[in-house]
Design a protein around this ligand. Structure first.
Ligand SMILES: C[S@@+](CC[C@H](N)C(=O)[O-])C[C@H]1O[C@@H](n2cnc3c(N)ncnc32)[C@H](O)[C@@H]1O
Length: 212
């Protein structure tokens, strides 16, 4: 979808780029890009992994959603996949008519996995509906604002437990076996399929907003 919205020549900013994996995959769809991440080690990894043929077209820098280090009106597209959104900074760096495109994890994500623990916590000011309203009040036109669920299956128990550990900080319980044994049992029995997999869902929000 991002590829469809790009014209092959744009200057792109990717916020929360991690190791630049997604940005590099899209390299055929834009002119040049900067990927920023709050974690300096991620920036180092992204620089290290950048294919040599993309040197000069993509660069990676340390920066935050609030302080991207980009000049005013210097980019045509801001991408943000699962990172922090700062609307005033996005408005500052985008040229008039430029696009903000994001995908974010929704509050129903992995419902059958997180509900036995009491649900997953989300940062209030980053809720997609609050972010959308902020775009509207900053003079953006919100062209797409959609949510969707897709099936998500863990192929084995180890992968399911790996994911629970990975989101542990967002669960309202301490991940100590004595605190979570009963919840774990409910997750396993509630998600198990007849073929030994564990089924849940992914809930995502898509936002496409155009700068005024
Ligand atoms: C879940 S990862 C998403 C990675 C990548 N965009 C992707 O979709 O594969 C979120 C990234 O955002 C970065 N991050 C978190 N807070 C940030 C902030 N305020 N400004 C910039 N990056 C941030 C984290 O360091 C992490 O690399």
């Amino acid at each position: 979808m991002v590829r469809d919205l790009l014209g092959g020549t744009e200057k792109v900013l990717d916020v929360g780029t991690v190791g630049g994996e997604k940005l590099v995959q899209l390299a055929d769809a834009f002119g040049s890009a900067t990927g920023i991440d709050i974690e300096p080690e991620m920036v180092e990894t992204a620089r290290h992994n950048l294919p040599v043929e993309l040197l000069g077209r993509i660069d990676f820098r340390n920066g935050t959603a609030r302080s991207t280090g980009m000049q005013d009106s210097s980019v045509e597209v801001v991408l943000n996949r699962h990172s922090v959104v700062d609307v005033p900074e996005t408005a500052r760096v985008l040229r008039p008519g430029g696009l903000f495109i994001s995908q974010h994890v929704g509050e129903r994500n992995l419902a059958a996995v997180v509900s036995p623990f009491g649900g997953q916590k989300f940062d209030g000011d980053q809720h997609p509906e609050i972010v959308r309203d902020s775009f509207l009040s900053n003079g953006f036109k919100v062209e797409r604002f959609e949510e969707y669920d897709v099936d998500y299956e863990f192929l084995d128990l180890e992968s399911l437990f790996f994911q629970i550990k990975a989101i542990g900080a967002y669960l309202p319980v301490e991940l100590k076996f004595e605190h979570i044994a009963e919840a774990l049992l409910r997750v396993v029995t509630g998600t198990a399929t007849p073929v030994g997999r564990y089924r849940s869902n992914e809930h995502r929000w898509l936002t496409v907003a155009r700068a005024g």
